[in-house]
Ligand binder design. Structure first.
Ligand code: WT7
Length: 571
């Protein structure tokens, strides 16, 4: 496509010459960086934290934490010691390699210590977003058969312990009340624990982290990543994030989502960089203040956040000194060109879009500091990654033709399992040799990739991936709801919003009050971000003869588009 390019950034960067590196790169060369290259035995937490203790980074600040009530800094040495302690806490409870340990709490230093300690004993981390309500928590703990969870008193009521037979231990951070059976005080256990720990050395292919994500059908799927992913986290931390020794890095994502772990924990610490963690809610002032105060140099966020900052106006930006910034990135949903131009104007920086998914574990397509960017494009593949546009038979399409965005299998951070669901896993690889993303895109003559949309019904609202089935299932639990169909409706701020079409049970009449009640029901049962912002009552919903609600038709109604082939629709 002929759009104006914004020239490469000046100054030093880790990826000097994209074309040359792309042509010559081999992941094997990255492996040599790690201590396990010789032994083959590995541990992500060791590589991210402990490895630095024999270097000058030992007393460097690894974690800079701030929210409205706390402000703390931890060095690599301190994080090593605290995570050793937490590893011992888990071992004392009998947690061992391969067990699933969940973290369900707000972004606080204890969350990061828990993740690292869990990895050190070889257990698999399951991060849960703090906004999840009971049904969402239950689905994930049940499916993974988690044995332990770390949480806070405020979130405790959302864990249905009695319905989860595998769940033996609930570790509570900041417990105030008397502990019940199976409950452990984080602080008390940590105070007693030794700071010496035998790290569990695992194989590269052993499970490390389990992120649940949504598809268009069925319950959320547990995407399993293995320790081997560190190769990709480390190297993309260099090329895409451009991390360098003196950087102060801030990723705004919560570890409940993959960006908040791959690039909020692993990539920065594997590269030995100071990592800013900001608790609390989003406000434009607080975010700019965070950059100013900690002199953030590399900032990784998402389109909805940038659009909200843009909406807050240029005047707000001017009240802060953001001159420390040297690199700004975005992921999760399409980044509008106008946001890129706004960023250029107010920050004097290009916002570098990049593309990947929960399933890919790490960045695969990106705009790099060292190359010109085309606003609206996701950029070019990471060296070592072969991305292509293919048709449904697996043939590569010529430039500018829209098709399936697919990746040749074999990049280091690719998911290795859908937990307990080999059939779902296989669906991603139905075209031999390829991982099929579910996104449609095209590639231009110069090799830049352009996102076009999802092929399935998955909704992306503010960068959060919501499965329509999960929302529909919750909706029909409401006493007034007979049937529900859920779609993503385009929205200028959030990318998409969730819209529900609902038919009511006999005896119920449409009303504003009922709408509010239904919305509240999803909010409290599932999660606030899963609640439909818009609800439309209909006498009947379009269904196939086999009774499946046709979201495609709902979407066409909503957008005023032709409904297409209706031959499978019931009368
Ligand atoms: C889906 C994956 C891993 C990042 C967080 C989201 C959409 C992701 C972009 C982008 C347009 C994007 C895709 C993808 N997406 N990045 N740069 N431009 N769309 O991870 O929750 O697994 O969602 O987010 O549709 O399939 P996720």
């Amino acid at each position: 496509m002929n759009v104006e390019k914004i020239p490469a950034t000046e100054g030093r960067f880790n990826l000097e010459n994209y074309d040359e590196t792309y042509a010559n790169f081999d992941w094997k060369d990255v492996e040599k960086q790690f201590s396990w290259y010789e032994t083959g035995k590995v541990n992500m937490a060791y590589e991210a934290i402990d490895r630095h203790l024999s270097t000058e980074r030992k007393d460097k600040v690894a974690l800079l934490y701030s929210d409205l009530t706390r402000e703390e800094a931890y060095t690599f040495a301190q994080l090593s010691e605290l995570s050793n302690k937490f590893g011992n806490v888990l071992r004392d409870l009998g947690i061992a390699k391969g067990d699933r340990v969940f973290v369900f709490m707000p972004r606080t230093p204890e969350l990061y210590v828990s993740v690292l300690g869990t990895l050190k004993v070889g257990a698999i981390v399951g991060p849960l977003f703090e906004a999840f309500m009971e049904a969402a928590v239950r689905d994930r703990l049940e499916n993974s058969e988690a044995t332990a969870i770390v949480t806070t008193p405020a979130l405790l009521p959302r864990i249905p312990v009695s319905e989860l037979p595998a769940l033996k231990h609930v570790i509570i951070v900041g417990a105030k009340e008397e502990l019940a059976e199976g409950q452990v005080s984080f602080e008390e256990a940590m105070a007693k624990a030794s700071s010496e720990l035998e790290i569990e050395w695992v194989d590269r292919e052993d499970g490390m982290i389990l992120h649940y994500t949504s598809g268009s059908t069925g319950k959320p799927k547990g995407v399993l990543h293995v320790h081997n992913a560190m190769i990709q986290h480390y190297q993309t931390g260099k090329w895409v994030l451009d991390l360098q020794e003196d950087d102060v890095y801030w990723c705004t994502a919560d570890p409940g989502w993959v960006t908040g772990t791959s690039y909020g924990i692993f990539a920065p610490w594997l590269n030995g960089v100071t990592n800013v963690i900001r608790g609390g809610r989003f406000t434009p002032e607080d975010w700019y203040k965070t950059i100013e105060k900690y002199k953030v140099t590399v900032w990784y966020s998402a389109p909805t956040a940038f659009r909200m900052l843009m909406g807050a106006g240029d005047e707000v930006v001017k009240r802060f000194d953001l001159s420390s910034l040297r690199h700004v990135l975005s992921v999760g949903e399409p980044l509008n060109p106008e946001v890129v131009y706004w960023g250029l104007r107010v920050f004097n920086h290009r916002i570098h879009d990049n593309w990947w998914m929960t399933e890919t574990g790490g960045q695969l397509i990106s705009n790099y500091r060292s190359m010109p960017i085309k606003p609206g494009s996701m950029g070019k593949p990471v060296p070592g990654v072969y991305a292509a546009i293919i048709d449904d038979q697996g043939n590569e399409l010529p430039p500018n033709r829209m098709g399936n965005l697919a990746i040749r299998v074999g990049w280091p951070s690719m998911m290795r399992q859908i937990w307990n669901n080999p059939a779902k896993y296989a669906e991603y690889f139905s075209i031999p040799g390829w991982y099929v993303s579910g996104d449609s895109a095209y590639k231009d003559e110069e090799g830049y990739f352009w996102f076009q949309g999802r092929i399935d019904d998955v909704i992306n609202t503010s960068g959060e991936r919501v499965g329509p089935f999960e929302v529909e299932s919750k909706l029909v639990e409401h006493p007034a709801v007979a049937e529900a169909g859920v779609i993503g409706k385009p929205d200028p701020l959030r990318g998409e919003i969730i819209k529900a079409f609902i038919s009511l049970r006999a005896g119920y009449e449409p009303s504003e009050a009922l709408m509010d009640d239904i919305r509240k029901f999803v909010k409290e049962g599932l999660a606030a971000h899963a609640a439909p912002r818009e609800i439309e009552f209909r006498d009947k919903l379009p269904k196939t003869r086999s009774g499946k609600i046709m979201r495609r038709v709902l979407k066409a109604w909503e957008l005023g588009l032709p409904t297409g082939d209706l031959s499978t629709m019931e009368d």
